[in-house]
Write a new protein. Structure first.
Length: 241
């Protein structure tokens, strides 16, 4: 594996558009090495702390979606029209008292991490008369400081999703532990892909495995080779915060 494929050494002297072109090239290369179509990979620009103008620049350059981590930022930028022209994802920790601010606003909520959150999202969606698309976040590294369910809890969540109105569960999301050795990172990605495949073979109402969201600026090529079809890229596009 060529560790340079991720191109995380973003050149701050070039434009966001040029950085996106570089990232898309690396995505194409990673997909091709894995025998996959580059067109099957969705590039989500992680726009935490970025201005509306910089987000619009990223959208114009061809990102597949934009993802926000914080509800307050999302609300402010949404009012400014920052996300016009691209699907909006919520990719941060979900606070139950802020759910009303993201349901019906975001095209996809990637970071649902409990049955309670699923319940509240469904209730809000039913109230709005919509179906909210979402992913379940898996705490694949079993890190106590991180959100998400443990892998062995997925069956219970899927059963609950199947009887919850107002939602459509479309896949899984994960943020594996930050570690230095590629082989260990790949183990987490492989475990997520196997979980995704196992669920895909089962039949649940409101559940259709379409997206496996994993891989960020320092790991997206490895994630793609392991089976990810959605990557969340921030610093490689916008530079370090």
């Amino acid at each position: 594996m060529d560790s340079n494929m991720n191109n995380t050494d973003t050149d701050h002297s070039v434009s966001i558009a040029e950085n996106i072109k570089r990232v898309l090239g690396a995505i194409d290369e990673a997909a091709s090495r894995a025998g996959r179509s580059p067109g099957d990979i969705t590039l989500v620009a992680a726009t935490k702390t970025q201005s509306s103008a910089r987000i619009r620049e990223a959208i114009a350059a061809g990102v597949g979606a934009v993802g926000e981590n914080r509800v307050q930022e999302l609300t402010e930028k949404h009012m400014q029209g920052a996300y016009d022209g691209a699907p909006l994802h919520f990719i941060g920790h979900i606070q139950t008292n802020k759910i009303s601010h993201i349901v019906g606003v975001c095209d996809l909520i990637e970071s649902v991490g409990s049955a309670r959150q699923l319940e509240l999202i469904g209730k809000r969606a039913v109230l709005l008369g919509i179906t909210q698309k979402l992913l379940i976040e898996i705490n694949i590294g079993r890190e106590p400081q991180k959100s998400g369910i443990l892998p062995e809890q997925i069956g219970e969540i899927l059963e609950y999703a199947s009887i919850t109105g107002g939602i459509n569960l479309l896949g899984l999301m994960a943020i594996p532990p930050i570690i230095g050795k590629f082989d260990k990172s790949r183990n987490y990605f492989d475990a997520m892909y196997q979980l995704y495949i196992d669920i895909s073979k089962k039949k649940y109402d409101n559940v259709c495995m379409q997206f496996l969201s994993m891989g960020m600026s320092d790991s997206y090529a490895e994630a793609i080779q392991a089976g990810s079809n959605m990557v969340r890229i921030g610093s490689a596009i916008f530079g370090s915060r």
